[in-house]
Design a protein around this ligand. Structure first.
Ligand SMILES: [Mn+2]
Length: 341
């Protein structure tokens, strides 16, 4: 990120109608960066509209309500009228937006702020792209951006941004000196680590617990050397189930779920050691391939990926495992041979 782009960003959005948004079902990093960014523009003479396509994640809602942060937002951009600038935070492809937002993106100047690299070219009308992986979260980019603009956040927004950073860095288990310094600055300015950390603690409700037990009963485990792949199909709580399998010792977890309107979704998680050893990135090497086969889209990070499309859910579980196995061993293998019985 260079300072010239930052200067122009602030003057750019002055006196403009700015729509600020992020990927669907905003996770904590996305929600915190949207709220942080819009509060930074608050004092500027611009009109800001926040859209959280398909709303906020449960954790994001919990942070906003417990921190008493009042945010006016829309869940879609159907009646927003003319927009001068579309600010995309924590969104690394237009497919993560709602249809209406994609429509707006096609005819509106775009500012991109993200820590995920875009696998495709930026949309044609992108005027500024602040995309930097080394920030590890979009919340830390927004914080740094605001700092450079001379903007001071109030304590609750600082704690929210801290939550976004903790969330995306898995509570700082991914870390570099820059992010550690930014976190130290946030604490110095009044961000509350104890509160952010407490709010991040996840309390499972009974339905999530049941989903985890059911998934454990149905899981299939495949072994390649000393690598284990655990795969199953669930109705809900995919991410929780994938986490559980990793905690149980799987190197890769694959979880498929049937969605509305005949769609099917798969998420996969791998341990950082798996990526280190095999150099197989779920987001770059596996999910885009799956996305194509199931006539949808796929992507994600090295150790966390997902794809959506149209396919039979049970067959999709096998397909994903097959493609991961093929990538590991360099050839197709009959899954029956490597299934742990
Ligand atoms: Mn993020």
């Amino acid at each position: 990120m260079n300072s010239s782009s930052i200067k122009s960003l602030k003057s750019l959005l002055d006196n403009k109608r700015v729509l600020i948004t992020c990927h669907r079902n905003a996770d904590l990093d996305a929600a915190a960066s949207v709220v942080g960014f819009s509060s930074m523009l608050d004092r500027a003479p611009s009109e800001t509209i926040i859209v959280f396509p398909e709303g906020l994640s449960r954790l994001s809602k919990k942070f906003l309500s417990c921190l008493d942060i009042d945010v006016d937002y829309l869940c879609d951009a159907t009646n927003v009228g003319d927009i001068d600038y579309l600010v995309l935070l924590d969104t690394n492809s237009l497919s993560q937006l709602s249809e209406k937002l994609v429509e707006i993106a096609r005819k509106t100047k775009i500012v991109i702020i993200d820590h995920h690299l875009w696998r495709r070219k930026y949309p044609e009308n992108t005027v500024i792209a602040i995309v930097d992986k080394t920030y590890l979260s979009t919340s830390s980019i927004v914080y740094d951006l605001a700092k450079k603009e001379g903007h001071k956040f109030n304590k609750n927004i600082l704690t929210l941004l801290l939550g976004g950073i903790l969330y995306d860095t898995k509570r700082l288990s991914l870390l570099n000196s820059k992010v550690l310094r930014l976190v130290a600055n946030i604490l110095d300015e009044g961000g509350d680590y104890a509160t952010a950390s407490r709010l991040l603690r996840h309390e499972m409700d009974i339905s999530e617990k049941i989903a985890r037990f059911k998934a454990s009963q149905r899981v299939k485990v495949y072994r390649i050397g000393d690598l284990l792949i655990a795969a199953t199909r669930v109705d809900a709580f995919e991410a929780s189930v994938a986490r559980l399998f990793l905690e149980m010792g799987a190197d890769v977890a694959v979880v498929v779920s049937q969605q509305k309107r005949g769609k099917v979704r798969v998420i996969a998680r791998s341990s950082p050691e798996f990526f280190k050893r095999t150099k197989i990135s779920l987001g770059s090497h596996i999910m885009p391939v799956i996305g194509e086969i199931i006539q949808g889209e796929g992507g994600g990070h090295d150790t966390a990926g997902g794809a959506q499309g149209v396919y039979d859910a049970d067959r999709l579980v096998e397909l994903v495992v097959k493609i991961i196995v093929e990538k590991i061993v360099g050839q197709q293998i009959d899954l029956k041979i490597i299934e742990v019985k």
